[in-house]
Design a protein around this ligand. Sequence first.
Ligand SMILES: [Zn+2]
Length: 80
Amino acid sequence: MRHAHLSLHPLCHWCMMQEIVTEATEVHHADGGHKGDVTKFWSGPFISTCKSCHSSVGQQQDAGRKVVAYGVDGYPIELT
Ligand SMILES: [Zn+2]
């Protein structure tokens, strides 16, 4: 499942939002995580992330926080 998703979406979603191209190595459960819900665990929604985004942005999103980064133009971007 993870490999299938990564072959379709090989780049980190959150890095892309900041116009950085990073190879994704992990899959994050978007929409607040699966929280033990088996259907959600297997069906997603998923986003591809690099290890560093998954451990920083992913954890904050799972905790229900908004995550803001700054793009190349200096404007803040909410990472979703
Ligand atoms: Zn990333």
